[in-house]
Write a protein that binds this ligand. Sequence first.
Ligand code: PGA
Length: 264
Amino acid sequence: MVAGNLGRSAFHFGTNLKMHQTPQQTLAFLDGLISDGCVSSERSQLFVIPPFTSLHGAASHPAHQHLWLGAQTMHWADSGPFTGEISPTMLAGIGVDLVLLGHAERRQLFHETDVMINKKALAAIRHHLRVLLCVGETAKERHLGISEATVLRQLELALDGLPGSGADLLMVAYEPIWSIGVTGRAAQPGEIRVVINAIHSFLQGRFGAESSIPILYGGSVDVNNCRAFAKMPGIDGLFVGRAAWTPAGFAAVLKAAESSRFGA
Ligand code: PGA
């Protein structure tokens, strides 16, 4: 099944379900996105990133004609003695469109390094999977005034050796680690402007001004604060966690973000 593709200039909007939902619950979630009218949006490129076990069923759900389906991580090898891991071949084989790489929880809780993320990014592109690459600094790095340097280092290492043609499959999500999850606090748009601009300049320098790689913001995005992020120059989409884990929540944040960005 080929997921709809609204193009690079579309607003990008999606959620990572983390370790939530059984396969049946994900199908019900996708049913809900259809009945809440989300998938008929012609202004936003939607994506949903459920657990591995939900991917196969979700790939043949009718909602998948309108959104990209993503995996939360993957190994870089096509196959091999890597117990517990999932390969790009396996993901591509069931019709997955994108893979999330470098999420802060993978980096912090599962010790994923920039070198591992780089191998994964290169493998994903080789298999024509879209990459949603997460970057972001810790509270300490922000306090020390090295947010920009940290994020640029993450980008430089993750994208090392990526061919220019890979830019078409790349999206970057800036997620300051201090803003993620129930223990995080939502950023103020003013606090993230400098890093968003730095990411933009880096990507233009690396892939050319015309590459227009979407830059998404994530971290405690909700129905209230999404409006300010959605209309911020340099932000091409939102990557939402817990506020979008129900169809009603997903629809509410999407609609609020779209009305702020595009007008009612
Ligand atoms: P949150 O999650 O919106 O629940 O903070 C964001 C993320 O982890 O990507």
